[in-house]
Design a protein around this ligand. Sequence first.
Ligand code: IMP
Length: 431
Amino acid sequence: MPGIIVVGSQWGDEGKGKVVDVFSSQADFVVRYQGGANAGHTLVVDGKKTILHLIPSGILHSHTSCIIAAGVVLDVERVCEEIRALRASGLIKDQTQLLISDSATLILPYHRLLDQARERSAGLEKIGTTGRGIGPAYEERASRKALLFGDLFQKETLRGKLEVALKEKNFLLEKFYGEKPVQVDDLLKIIESVTQELAPYRCKDTSLVIYKALRCGKKVLFEGAQGSLLDLLHGTYPFVTSSSTLSGSAMIGAGIGPSTITNVLGITKAYTTRVGAGPFPTECDNATGERIRQVGAEFGSTTGRSRRCGWLDLVALKYAIRLSGITSLALMKLDVLSGFEKIEICNSYELDGQKITEYPVSPGDLARCKPIYEALNGWSEDLTGARSLKDLPRQAQDYIQYIGASVATPIDVVSVGPGRDQTLWIKPLFS
Ligand code: IMP
């Protein structure tokens, strides 16, 4: 039963979309199982850029069925916009290419308004959310009041459910945050404008579809969103997202058992980035960080915000490998490091005068950690034309080797640019 999970092993934006796109050529199904339109997966094929927020990154391969599973928080307007754009460019040709679970949690305008109002009123405690309504939607699901995708098609009960939801949300919006309330008729208008378009993609039970696919030997890729260090329970709380971003979340979000999984591929950049607030020990708030940001085009594909940049943190990477049971790694954006005479790499921290090699789970401790670096020789060559490992300069090969050995995990994929052909395959994923 060849199920493979692709997870981010940093603070998101590692390049999961590109890896999923490349491996989707061999996959029968690609499943998004958590998060929502806070994600931004950028794919570049033949120089053409496609940015996806909700639709799985397998959608560029017409033979692959993409599934939005129950664990996703689904912004119906955004998913509709994505579908329209993909249809207009001929990438969605028929409805079997996309299935949306009836059990996915809806994100409606009031979730976004609440998310943004809450962030505005947070003062110095801002998390830096994307403002896409993720937190309020997951809260509503946990409080058992959420509307689900399937509810859109129950016309007789929809208005009543919206009225119940709005009673509480409007109280918060108006009385607590001083914002304008949302009118049920406006909501119904928005919903009406998208429901018909989304109906062909409706699937009552995507968990059953995935189960049957795995049982008959189909290849299924589970596409994570965000990164391990943004995990609600194990990330840098409270500077995290509101879902679990670890591999275990694929089981829950898609509704399948762990015995179906053969590999967990962790995605990491050759350096580190973070968007939003929260501790980041290897951040380089200097010319080095700026150079990585410019060369790596480290600006958010969802919000356009500039990402904080720094050297690779092996302490954090080892933590992510442990949390998700990562069996191999994809090392992304190695080309961005060309031209540094020395490349620093963090393999331990100093915390209150002590050297530590394990990631501290308390964000307070993490914020006091100072990185201890080893400096490796850099390289001056442009890597973007490399097509196999042996095309890389010795120092770049040494860097890869150093990382794999330090975290005791094989590096199966190296990426040297956004294009599909700029992917150096060390080992095939579906063997
Ligand atoms: P939220 O998920 O929009 O509530 O944002 C919570 C935190 O997670 C913020 O720091 C965001 O910048 C960060 N975040 C959410 N989604 C992503 C992502 O896809 N990539 C990187 N950071 C993200």
